[in-house]
Each structure stands twice: as C-alpha cells, then as structure tokens.
Design a protein around this ligand. Structure first.
Ligand code: HEM
Ligand code: HEM
Length: 215
C-alpha cells in the first residue's frame, strides 16, 4: 500500500517523549505523593536530567525535525500562525515550538534546583551537602514552586494537542509511529549511532557531576 505520510519524528525523539512522560509521573509519585521512596526520586531525577540534556543536544545536532532551528520562529511568524496562518513545516508549529522550549526550560530548572534540594531529614540532592542551609532551603522552595507550575503547563500542552486532534491532525499517533501528513520532502533523519553517542555523552555528564559531588 502506498503511504503518503512523511516520516517526521525519529525514534530518539519519540522515545524521549514517552520516557520523559513516564519519568515525570514517577517524579510526582515519589516527590509529591510518597508512593515511592524519596530516594527513588533522586535516581529517576538523574535519569530525567540526562534525558533533558540529551534532548537539548539532539535539538542542536539531531534529525532536522528535532532541531530547534527548524521549529523556532520569530515573533512575526508566530503571530501570523496565531492569526490563522497555515503550518509551514511538518515539525512543531511556531506556537508549539515555543511551548516545547518552555517545557524543556521548566523541566531543566526543576531538575537543577532538585540537585540542591533536601527534605531536611535524610534525603539530600547531591549538591545540597556542599551548600549552606539557607541556599538549600531557598533551592528547595524553588523546586516546589516550579513543580507546582509543571502540571498546568502539561495540561495546556495536552489540551493544545487535543484541539489539533479534534481538527483532524493526528499528532498523538505521529508522536507514536513517527509518520504524519505533510507536503514537501521528508526531513533528514539522523543515524541511530549518533543518537546513542549523544545519549551516552548526556549520561556521562550527569555521572561526572555526581562523581565530582562525591555522591
Ligand atoms: C508529563 C507529561 C508530558 C510532558 C512533560 C510532555 C512534553 C513534551 C515535549 C517536551 C514535547 C516536544 C517533543 C520534542 O520535540 O522532543 C512534546 C510533544 C508532544 N506531546 Fe507531550 N508531553 C507530555 C504528555 C503528553 C501526553 C499525555 C500526550 C498525548 C495526549 C502528548 C502528546 C504530544 C504530542 C502529540 C507531541 C508532538 C506535538 C507536535 O506535533 O507538535 N504529550 N511533549
Ligand atoms: C524534572 C524532574 C523533577 C520533577 C518533576 C520533580 C518533582 C518534585 C516534586 C513534585 C516534589 C514534591 C514537592 C512538594 O512537596 O511540593 C519534589 C521534591 C523533591 N525533589 Fe524533585 N523533581 C525533579 C527532579 C529532582 C532531582 C533531579 C532531584 C535531586 C537529584 C530532586 C530532589 C528532590 C528532593 C530532595 C525533594 C524533597 C524536598 C522536600 O521534601 O521538601 N528532584 N520533586
């Protein structure tokens, strides 16, 4: 059968998305609801941080559709899209692109403040031991504040995706199998070897940070 859809999302970006979702759920299960020991929050936190680093690097060197340069548009293009303009590329639309960056920045800020957070009892982020009490308390407060914003942003994200679905764009299926309707040529997909290398660099960077922190 002839499939007219373009292969837009590479395997690494799709794996990134659904793994990130799972890890964020685990972060809330351990950090907020106490369903898992808080110690697990640190382990899954390191994995989340490594995954976020991976996505930032993949946004610079990965497949065309995953690159920030391919979906970050200036204010004029974003405004035109908002006023009913058509989607111009098969990657994130201009508004969605900024949403993606906002989510990544928020998650990075949460993960980084987490490193210097503590429950003041027996769980300490790896960098907390190197800082004075006031700094740790302030970082922990920020970790709480920022984690409070995340569910709202995720809700907005899911709502936006559902609006597109309702208008006939199969975005969720595309994030699952990678293919979506689109004009023009398919984006260049980067090699799996490059994705594995970038993931290893991200994991090594987090491990190095933990090693230097003496954890
Ligand atoms: C904790 C929950 C979630 C987080 C943190 C999250 C985060 C993200 C991020 C960062 C991206 C950008 C992907 C990339 O370019 O790397 C994205 C895209 C996307 N997400 Fe989520 N997501 C979450 C939950 C969901 C859920 C539940 C759905 C399904 C209803 C969903 C559907 C999508 C879709 C369809 C896209 C692609 C949008 C497009 O085509 O422009 N996400 N998400
Ligand atoms: C994106 C990743 C993360 C998310 C979504 C997240 C989420 C949360 C949430 C929801 C809480 C509970 C806040 C509250 O009770 O109001 C929490 C607490 C905590 N988080 Fe995270 N976190 C993340 C990453 C990290 C990392 C990387 C670390 C450290 C390695 C960390 C260390 C902590 C600590 C020590 C607490 C306990 C603070 C307390 O009990 O007052 N978190 N986190």
């Amino acid at each position: 059968m002839n499939d007219s859809r373009l292969h837009v999302w590479d395997v690494p970006t799709r794996l990134f998305h659904w793994t990130l979702m799972l890890l964020v759920v685990l972060q809330f299960a351990s950090g907020e609801f106490g369903w898992l020991d808080l110690q697990w929050h640190l382990y899954t936190g390191y994995a989340t941080l490594a995954l976020l680093l991976f996505r930032v690097l993949w946004g610079l060197v990965g497949s065309d559709s995953a690159r920030f340069a391919s979906f970050l548009r200036g204010p004029m293009a974003t405004w035109q899209y908002l006023r009913g303009g058509e989607r111009v590329t098969c990657t994130h639309n201009p508004l969605g692109g900024w949403g993606v960056v906002l989510m990544l920045l928020l998650l990075l800020a949460i993960a980084l403040t987490g490193l210097t957070s503590s429950d003041d009892i027996d769980v300490f982020g790896p960098l907390a031991a190197h800082l004075d009490d006031a700094t740790v308390r302030s970082a922990t407060r920020w970790h709480h504040r920022l984690t409070g914003v995340l569910p709202w942003l995720v809700a907005l994200h899911v709502l936006a995706v559902l609006v597109h679905e309702w208008r006939g764009e199969r975005l969720i299926a595309a994030m699952w199998h990678g293919r979506r309707e689109g004009d023009g040529s398919a984006p260049r997909i980067a090699s799996t070897a490059l994705a594995v290398t970038v993931l290893m660099i991200s994991a090594l960077a987090v491990s190095l940070m933990l090693w230097m922190a003496g954890d």
